[in-house]
Design a protein around this ligand. Sequence first.
Ligand code: UDP
Length: 236
Amino acid sequence: MKYKRILLKLSGEALMGEKNYGIDSNRLEQYANEIKKVKDLGVEIAIVIGGGNIFRGVQAEKTGIDRVQGDYMGMLATLINAMALQSALEQSGMFTRLMSGIKVESVCEPFIRRRAIRHLEKGRIVIFGAGIGNPYFTTDSTASLRAIEIEADVVLKGTRVDGVYTADPEKDKNATKYNTLSFQEAYEKNLNIMDMTAFTLCQENNLPIVVFDMNKTGNLEKLITGEEIGTLITSN
Ligand code: UDP
């Protein structure tokens, strides 16, 4: 196995599946199946999920809601997704714990680093909801920060494209994919892999990132077992 402890970042938008809004139960089930395959290999799994399918802080400003309030709404949106994912994982027979960046004691535990690590060691899948609990951050930053805190081997950024391209492959037909990249190259070429806060955290802490297509069956497992899937971003 290439990675023993992973931090999987899923976008909220991906949960919409074929729908225009909200959560698609087929997509949830699909993700649970993919995650189960790597769980069965003995991989320790932590997950951060976004909230873009429900609410984004920056949208709020357009509707007259102030940014900070909007960001808290966004954090709660990620918690809703996290709860949905938790349910799907448990229905597929996995043990899970949801930890929140803001206190919602009736729903889940607060994030406590040592506790999170203990859950992982016991084979539970840990989902980090509500981001890091502060406005002006993103779930990508949450993924980087939590990955460092729990000493994950890698951040796996599951997207709907199969890696990092020279240009947006959905707009530019001539775009080509990178198999590997250094943080420095990605920065110089202005490739939008994660927001700068998230990206810099990984770079400064030598934490590799893999961008890959999470919607393709078997991809996550292949990646874990060492196949060259997606784009690997490392220090050198
Ligand atoms: N958010 C925040 N602090 C955090 C994480 C998230 O304020 O630590 C808010 C922010 O408003 C963001 C929203 O939650 O827009 C949803 O997360 P994000 O847009 O990162 O989700 P994704 O695009 O991955 O679905």
